[in-house]
Every structure is written in structure tokens, then in C-alpha cells.
Design a protein around this ligand. Structure first.
Ligand SMILES: Cc1ncc(COP(=O)(O)O)c(C=O)c1O
Length: 344
């Protein structure tokens, strides 16, 4: 009954983080201020959860569109950007999906669920991306869709605009530019939107991971087609109400993103001063480092109640790499102190 390739898969594993300093999932570490939390609670009390939510979400899409500088009919909402990756891969004609290696795992995973072949283009040792090679692979595979996380997860770097533009202009299929870490980066790519270029964004990294809300920006006609495979009522009523309210207080989250960027620079400076650590450039809310024995460092941090992400099992370019989400100042101090102790 069950497909053999699905039987062979492992379920997405989320480690237990109870009581730990949680620096493994690129969440915003700041709790919402009390006043705002109370106002949000009052709004949520008024939600009629016996009714299905607004299916069209015109008002919410309008608010997000204004925020993104586009029209409401250019916005598609998803239950996290993960769900939008799925909608994209359902909508696009059968054919190969091209992704860099390493990159965010869901492009590959969802492609496999949907029986779509995947071709990976390895990054260089410094995590740079060769646009010509990427386009050659797209042409060789007659690819229909490609994803570029800009900045990339888990490497943290942002490829030059010339690289992205070259791929956007030279690829015949749909290029999805995933800006999950856009709030922490020096540029976005809204200006590249075209019939074959869409931008994927999420509110998860900005502070609303628990709400599960992402959006796709593209040409209105393409968005209308993608909308046909959206599950009815995919954004629940509590999320719709929360997001609409929080968008009116967006400056708070933008300030938090600025604080996280400043903390990232401080953490990277401290890490760069450690002889046993190689630090990679980051335009995200996490830092990728390489140490001599990542498994041992990961375990020793865990014993000190600090949870980060061990990338070592993926081997290749990520051998002995650890990904550390930027937390509050105190959390960052704790991880820096622990690393100093472990790596002496
Ligand atoms: C590059 C990238 N895109 C998308 C996502 C998924 O985000 P969401 O929480 O909106 O599903 C992530 C999550 O880590 C990510 O790293």
C-alpha cells in the first residue's frame, strides 16, 4: 500500500529542546513585549473559531503586498513557506528541479515526495555559486524549476546579484528566489520578478515562527495559477488575525532584526578570534563554523544545555560544520564562553 520510497524515508526529526538554550532553528529569540502580547490576546479572544477562516484573505494579502511594495494579486499565502514550496512543485510541469548543494533540504525532499527528479549543483569550497555551471545543468536536465535560497541555508552567504540575475535571465523554467533570511541581508530581489522569477518569503525568522505564515510574490497571472492548488483555508483564523495585527507593529520586528544583525557581527568577531574555529560569512540570523571535531563539540554544548545544529552528518562541504542561530546577548555569550572552554 505505502510507496516503497516513502517507506525508505525518515520522518523530519525535531530534537527535544526542553530547558535548553535553543539555537538550532533560526528563530527570533526575543519574546513579544507584554503590552503587545495583551493586545494580541484581546484580538484573538474575539476570533470565531467555530467558523472557517477567511478563504480569500484579501485584506491580509493587501497588507502584506503594501509591505512588500507590490499589488495584492501578486501575493500567495502559505502555511509557512514550506507549504508554498509544495504548491510550486505541484504546479510546475513535470521535469527536473535544480538546486545548489548544500542548500535548504525541503526543495529536494518535497520534489521526491512528488516524484520530481532533482539535480544538484555543488557549491565551491568557499560556498560560491558558478552561474554558468548552474545554467548548464538546467539546460542539460531540461529543468522546469530551480530554487536559490538568497541568502543560502545552511551556508549563510548571499551570492552576488550578478550571479542571481544571470541565472534569472538565462533559465527558461521557473526560478524561485527564497528570501527566508532576507531581513538579515543587504538586499532583496523584488526587482527581478518576471514571468519566470518568483520570490518566496516567510515571517518565521522575523519572530512569528509559531504562526506558520509565508508568502510568494510573483506576476499576478502566475500567482493565480499557483492559488488553484492552495488548500482551502490553509491559513487558520488565529494566524490571520495575529498577522494582521502584528503587521501594524512591524517596526518592532524590524528593530529586532537589526539587533540580531548587530549581535551576529559581535558573535562573528568573537568566533574569528578563536584559533580552533573557522567562521564563514553570514547575511542571515545564524553563523556557520567549522571545527576539528563537530560531533564532539556538538555533544559538549548539549551537555551544557545549549542546542545548535550539527551539520557534520551531511559531510561534503559541511564536514565538521556547526550552525549556530543568533540568540539574545546572554544566549550568545553562553555559547561563546562554552566554545572557548571546549576548544582550549
Ligand atoms: C531557506 C529557507 N526557506 C524556507 C524555510 C521554511 O520556513 P517556514 O517556516 O516559512 O516554513 C526555511 C526554514 O528554515 C529556510 O531555511
Amino acid at each position: 500500500m505505502i510507496r516503497s520510497d516513502i517507506k525508505a524515508l525518515a520522518a523530519y526529526h525535531v530534537p527535544d529542546s526542553g530547558g535548553m538554550i535553543k539555537l538550532d532553528a533560526m528563530e527570533n529569540p526575543f519574546a513579544m513585549p507584554d503590552g503587545l502580547r495583551e493586545q494580541l490576546s484581546t484580538m484573538l479572544e474575539a476570533v470565531d473559531i467555530n467558523r472557517y477562516p477567511d478563504a480569500d484573505m484579501a485584506e491580509l494579502r493587501g497588507k502584506i503586498a503594501a509591505h512588500a511594495g507590490v499589488n495584492a494579486d501578486q501575493i500567495l499565502l502559505g502555511n509557512g513557506s514550506d507549504e508554498i514550496i509544495q504548491m510550486i512543485l505541484i504546479t510546475i510541469c513535470p521535469g527536473t528541479c535544480v538546486v545548489p548543494l548544500p542548500t535548504f533540504v525541503m526543495y529536494d525532499l518535497v520534489s521526491h515526495w512528488l516524484k520530481r527528479p532533482v539535480a544538484s549543483v555543488p557549491l565551491s569550497a568557499d560556498f560560491s555559486l558558478d552561474a554558468d555551471h548552474f545554467l548548464q545543468v538546467c539546460a542539460r536536465e531540461k529543468a522546469e524549476v530551480a530554487f536559490l535560497a538568497c541568502p543560502n541555508n545552511p551556508t549563510g552567504n548571499l551570492w552576488p546579484e550578478t550571479t542571481i540575475r544571470k541565472i534569472a535571465e538565462g533559465f527558461n523554467g521557473l526560478l524561485v528566489i527564497d528570501e527566508a533570511y532576507g531581513p538579515f541581508a543587504e538586499r532583496n530581489h523584488t526587482h527581478l520578478i518576471a514571468d519566470n522569477v518568483m520570490i518566496l518569503r516567510t515571517f518565521s525568522k522575523l519572530g512569528w515562527a509559531g504562526l506558520r505564515l509565508g508568502y510568494l510574490v510573483g506576476e499576478a497571472e502566475q500567482i493565480a495559477h499557483m492559488n488553484k492548488v492552495r488548500m482551502p483555508y490553509n491559513i487558520n483564523a488565529l494566524t490571520q488575525t495575529s498577522a494582521s495585527f502584528l503587521l501594524d507593529h512591524f517596526d518592532l520586528f524590524e528593530q529586532q532584526a537589526a539587533d540580531i544583525r548587530a549581535e551576529r557581527e559581535r558573535v562573528m568577531t568573537s568566533l574569528s578570534g578563536m584559533d580552533a574555529v573557522e567562521v564563514f560569512a553570514s547575511q542571515t540570523n545564524f553563523v556557520l563554523i567549522r571545527v576539528a571535531d563537530a560531533d564532539a563539540v556538538f555533544e559538549q554544548l548539549k551537555q551544557r544545555n545549549i542546542l545548535i545544529k550539527n551539520m557534520n552528518s551531511t559531510r561534503g562541504l559541511l564536514a565538521n560544520c556547526l550552525r549556530i542561530t543568533i540568540g539574545t546577548g546572554r544566549e550568545n555569550d553562553a555559547v561563546l564562553k562554552a566554545l572557548e572552554e571546549i576548544l582550549i
